[in-house]
Design a protein around this ligand. Structure first.
Ligand code: PLP
Length: 420
């Protein structure tokens, strides 16, 4: 594990920024998400350094973790945002982010969301279809207000990642086919209230093969140059996110490959480059602490049944994703055993790890599910009428509550029994 972030103290207990995680568990209960500001900041600086030669800008993909406190922290590091809903947009504005640093992406922005974004004068809207463009032309004409438009291009590229997070091939719902780009760019250019800004691409998430990024960026650049040769203005190239995270070794990416690719392609060009990292910025900054409710031994299996479930972290069952899981207190005197670490939800798919080797653990002890900072709490649900988890931020050696978990009463009270 990295020295940075979640480390063992002298007593072999997990700690972060000199705060014992045991202390946080006592203070806030479980399940509990804990985020380390230092990992986010270090990662942010590495991405920033990687795109510095091309003067690139970071737009944090808020969908990875949309907790207000995290957005504010990342915004204060200098980041803009990539949002995909009015809710995410409102969150960014609430923490004081400059609207001129916000990009609105997404395949299903509804008319109200588009109107809202335009009224807030955000930096740009990345459109994903001709049909969306028709809506935007109607809205800007009605409001007599300008909007900056980029086209998210579908380059028909296989991102070689899990199919549920692969967005770059022509069978996916995302983006405008590269073949249609000239025609649609032409419509944007000739629309009274629209400013043609540029092109965007995002081929998927958790991608490790940087040759694929290189291929996509090169195609995007060529497309942009073709448009320019045909007299269209193309200033902004948004390269999206998708940079893979090492969930096994929990190492921070050095983004050297990103630097190499972007420098090679864009150093002597006249484009404004931006990237939209989500996962790679926050995944390793977060852990999910869970308590062992009980152990269960059957003829076939040894289960650790914990108080967090797929309603708190759905990645293992949704994507077959691997998360390192470690005891909060390491005891080298204990034997290792093979266990299934499962939640309390009534689904066989409610697991965090299957056939995993871990030191012998007992009832009421705690586990840390590592790398839970991205696509964790954002995908929470109240399935089985179970509450979500509290979330805590560690900054400057102090702990700050970001979100208190809802009580069961609150969940129940949000529903209405009709008088029929
Ligand atoms: C348009 C866009 N940009 C950026 C991202 C962030 O991707 P990642 O979290 O893999 O960096 C996504 C994720 O779905 C996206 O759709």
């Amino acid at each position: 594990m990295n020295k940075l972030g979640f480390v063992r103290d002298l007593d072999n207990n997990l700690s972060v920024q000199n705060i014992s995680v045991n202390y946080l568990v006592k203070k806030y209960g479980t399940p509990l998400f804990i985020y380390d500001s230092k990992i986010i900041e270090t990662t942010y600086q590495k991405i920033n350094k990687a795109i510095k030669p091309v003067n690139g800008k970071i737009h944090y993909a808020v969908k990875a973790n949309d907790n207000l406190g995290l957005i504010k922290f990342i915004s204060e590091l200098g980041s803009g945002a990539d949002v995909v809903s009015i809710g995410e947009l409102q969150k960014c504005l609430k923490v004081g982010m400059d609207p001129k640093k916000i990009i609105f992406s997404g395949v299903g922005k509804d008319v109200n969301e588009i109107e809202y974004a335009i009224s807030k004068n955000i930096k740009q809207i990345n459109i994903e279809s001709k049909e969306e463009l028709v809506d935007i032309i109607d809205i800007t004409t009605k409001l007599k207000k300008n909007a900056n438009i980029a086209l998210r291009v579908n380059l028909d590229i296989n991102a070689q990642t899990h199919k549920k997070i692969s967005t770059g091939d022509e069978n996916s719902k995302f983006g405008i086919s590269f073949k249609d780009v000239p025609d649609i760019y032409n419509i944007v250019t000739n629309s009274e209230y629209l400013t043609p800004f540029g092109l965007a691409v995002h081929i998927g998430s958790q991608i490790f093969n940087y040759k694929i990024f290189a291929k996509a960026y090169k195609q995007l650049k060529n497309l942009a140059k073709n448009l320019i040769e045909n007299g269209f203005p193309v200033k902004y190239l948004d390269l999206g996110g998708g940079f893979g995270v090492d969930y096994k070794n929990i190492l921070i990416n050095d983004f050297k490959e990103l630097k190499k690719i972007t420098t090679n392609l864009f150093i002597n060009e006249n484009f404004d480059i931006s990237v939209e990292p989500g996962r790679s910025l926050v995944a390793n900054s977060g852990i999910l602490i869970t308590k062992i409710i009980r152990t269960k031994l059957t003829k076939k299996k040894n289960f650790l049944i914990v108080d967090a479930g797929m309603n708190n972290l759905i990645r293992p069952t949704l994507y077959n994703a691997f998360h390192e899981i470690i005891p909060l207190s390491l005891n080298n005197d204990r034997e290792c055993e093979q266990v299934d670490i499962v939640g309390p939800i009534c689904e066989t798919g409610d697991f965090f790890a299957l056939n995993r080797k871990i030191q012998k653990m007992y009832k009421n002890e705690f586990l840390a599910i590592m790398s839970a900072g991205a696509y964790g709490s954002v995908m929470k649900s109240n399935y089985n009428t179970r509450p979500d988890a509290s979330e805590v931020f560690i900054y400057n050696n102090k702990d700050y509550l970001l979100k208190k978990k809802h009580s069961v009463e609150k969940i129940i009270n949000s529903e209405i029994i009709p008088k029929i």
